[in-house]
Design a protein around this ligand. Structure first.
Ligand code: PLP
Length: 455
């Protein structure tokens, strides 16, 4: 695939772009995929090759890559008022309207919205909000943040500390005071003979023990994704949130739902917390918020945190935090349109309609002797590769099985994501049934090819 000539797009991409989260030797060998445009769920590279993007970009391009309504919303707003901030009590009308809309569609009776440019910054922001409010309420020692192993909350120093992935060790992270509880993945972490219910109880027990060990009065909050997306689509064990929420409430620990992936339809409901039956104190949103058409994140505060933060801010005059582009008018105009497109123009319905077909396709591929588990909800799912299905023994990491599967897919014009030993799919909400068939056919071929090589 790689065109090694010095003026090729591959060489130029490699020469001057510092890639993040990229397997550099593999990209050097295969060449970067340099894209020019998209149509529906397809993207096209500089050679004109077509790829069905089964990951919606990075989970976010849920309305596809050329949605005319979203493009028009951006164009109109650029023409009207192309940029402003939200400091000093000055902000755009679009920002006001989006805040109203977000509170309206949130699970909260009332609330307020704080804007950022990304999901990472929204998670940083909510942690600073918690630190700020506990200090203002006379408990400055309440600074510890609870998250889970395998969680992904972003890449800034704070959100990377919340993230429960070992790779952050290379940065000397996590920062002190970020505590990672066990990942509630029953298939992988359930003990021999333990039922799913017992496993969930063990997760809740661990939370009680950690709170007792650390002291509830040192803990600022608990942040969790309803489904761990970048952890490999880890669906929580049955009853998990019902088991942990009362414990957090008992100790006055706010529960923050990181809905950067789950929010706006991915799990089949507007919010992942709806799908899993819990009510958080705040929601973190990004990605689908603008259907990927603008970098934007938001902290949506429920009524209690709103009141407490409002009081804390008034006591010192202001909440001293904000980004230049917080509440950007173009981002807000796009988000308003994206919410409308997802919720009122049939995309959320399409998720519901396609989910049985998606899940049946995943289950079919999981019959393969080298797929140990398929898991997922709504239009997100993962297939976990195993060397031995009976014992769940993983492949030797050196075989890079999931990367090979993803490469075999790319060669056929299908983009899907390797994560650990799993392959993750998160198709755009506009996908048709025929496109879904194409996705599963190509992925099935890639699995056959790679497992024949390594098994
Ligand atoms: N939180 C979750 C659940 C995510 O999946 C991500 C990104 O994938 C983030 C936060 C970070 O968002 P961003 O990449 O916009 O900083």
């Amino acid at each position: 695939m790689n065109d090694a000539s010095p003026n090729s797009w591959e060489a130029r991409a490699d020469a001057a772009t510092f890639y993040g989260f990229t397997d550099l030797p593999s990209v050097r060998e295969r060449g970067a995929v340099v894209l020019t445009h998209g149509e529906g769920p397809y993207v096209y590279d500089v050679q004109g090759r077509e790829y069905l993007d089964a990951n919606s970009g990075l989970w976010n391009m849920v309305a596809g890559f050329d949605h005319p309504g979203l493009i028009k919303a951006a164009q109109d707003q650029y023409a009207r008022f192309p940029g402003y901030h939200a400091f000093f009590g000055r902000l755009s009308d679009q920002t006001v309207m989006l805040s109203e809309k977000l509170v309206e569609v949130s699970p909260f009776e009332s609330g307020k919205v704080f804007y950022t440019n990304s999901g990472s910054e929204a998670n940083d922001t909510v942690v600073k909000m918690l630190w700020f409010l506990w200090a203002a309420e006379g408990q400055p020692q309440r600074r510890k943040i609870l998250t889970r192993v395998n969680a992904y909350h972003g890449v800034t120093a704070v959100s990377a500390s919340m993230t429960g992935k070992p790779y952050n060790g290379v940065f000397g992270l996590p920062l002190p005071g970020f505590i990672h509880l066990s990942c509630p993945h029953y298939w992988k972490n359930g003990a021999e003979g333990e039922t799913e219910e017992q496993f969930t109880q063990r997760m809740a027990q661990e939370l009680e023990e950690v709170i007792a060990r650390e002291g509830a009065d040192t803990i600022a909050g608990f942040v969790a994704e309803p489904v761990m997306g970048a952890g490999g689509v880890i669906v929580p064990s049955e009853g998990y949130f019902q088991a942990i929420q009362p414990i957090l409430r008992k100790h006055g620990i706010p529960l923050i739902s990181d809905e950067v992936i789950c929010g706006f339809g991915r799990t089949g409901n507007t919010w992942g917390c709806e799908t899993y039956g819990f009510t958080p104190d705040a929601i973190i949103s990004s990605k689908n918020l603008t259907a990927g058409f603008f970098p934007m994140g938001a902290v949506i505060l429920g009524p209690e945190l709103t009141d407490r933060l409002q009081r804390a801010s008034e006591a010192i005059e202001e909440f001293p935090h904000g980004f230049t582009a917080s509440g950007h008018p173009v981002g807000c105009a796009i988000a308003l349109k994206a919410i409308d497109v997802v919720m009122n123009e049939g995309l959320a319905d399409n998720v519901k309609r396609l989910t049985p077909k998606f899940q049946a396709g995943m289950a079919k591929l999981a019959e393969h002797p080298n797929i140990g588990e398929w898991r997922g909800v709504g239009l997100m799912g993962a297939l976990e590769a195993v060397a031995d299905k009976a014992t769940k023994r993983p492949f030797d990491g050196k075989l890079s099985v999931s990367e090979r599967i993803a490469n075999a897919c790319t060669d056929q014009g299908l983009i899907c994501r390797p994560l650990g030993q799993s392959i993750v799919l998160a198709p755009p909400f506009i996908m048709t049934e025929d496109q879904m068939d194409e996705m599963f056919t190509k992925l099935g071929r890639a699995l056959d090819q790679v497992f024949a090589e390594v098994a």
